[in-house]
Design a protein around this ligand. Structure first.
Ligand code: FE2
Length: 220
């Protein structure tokens, strides 16, 4: 018997810490182009969100982002980890600074979620919306950091397109592979990783006509 549909990545469950973070995190996901399918109010005043990665996809139970409040036990655990490691104190465990440095240098160093986007314009438009909102509202903007990797130079048509891109023209970082770009959002509105401090969302685009590209061949 042949399967009629391929297996896909079904969903990723994202978590926010506090009620106010939930509204801002939902705003960020909306600005990034994810479509709200449901926003269910919970008895404690928080909201459980169901986003679609792409509203025009088949959406047969896949392509879902769930966004919900961190459970109390998990919050307690994160608080206990911070306390035990002395985070923010003069007795902070040295591993914390090492990991933070590594993640600052490379947004892909820790846990992150990547999305493959069909056009470069879609990434440019999404990040323009986030930038505009961040500039207009500092209470939102202080939670959002943008990091950009452009394709290493050497392919004239790609170089020209990126030089003309309002998003990528000033980017100085490069992707590990070729013929694509990566745009990242690091936000402390979402909890992940061993310290629960933040989450990185990655948006990838690969230029058509290049079977050897950053998603098929990593070049370190
Ligand atoms: Fe990645």
């Amino acid at each position: 018997m042949t399967d009629t549909t391929p297996a896909t990545l079904g969903h990723v469950a994202l978590h926010y810490r506090d009620k106010e973070d939930g509204e801002k995190a939902a705003r960020l996901l909306h600005l990034l182009g994810f479509a709200t399918r449901e926003a269910l109010p919970l008895p404690d005043g928080t909201t459980f969100y169901h986003f679609l990665v792409d509203a025009t996809a088949t959406n047969n139970g896949d392509g879902i982002l769930y966004l919900s409040p961190l459970r109390r036990a998990h919050r307690w655990l994160y608080d206990s980890i911070h306390e035990a490691l002395g985070i923010g104190t003069d007795k902070e465990h040295p591993a914390v600074a090492k990991v933070r440095k590594s993640e600052m240098q490379d947004p892909e160093a820790g846990f992150h979620v990547g999305f493959l986007v069909p056009t470069l314009e879609r990434i440019e438009e999404a990040f323009a919306r986030v930038r505009e909102a961040a500039e207009a509202d500092s209470d939102f903007g202080r939670h959002v950091e943008i990091i950009l990797n452009r394709a290493p130079p050497g392919t004239p048509d790609i170089d020209a397109r990126l030089d003309a891109s309002p998003l990528f023209r000033d980017a100085t970082r490069h992707t590990y592979g070729r013929h694509g770009v990566q745009a990242f959002i690091r936000t402390d509105l979402l909890c992940s990783g061993p310290l629960g401090d933040d989450l990185v969302l990655e948006f990838d685009y690969v230029f058509p006509g290049y079977p050897d590209n950053m998603l098929t061949k990593t070049e370190m």
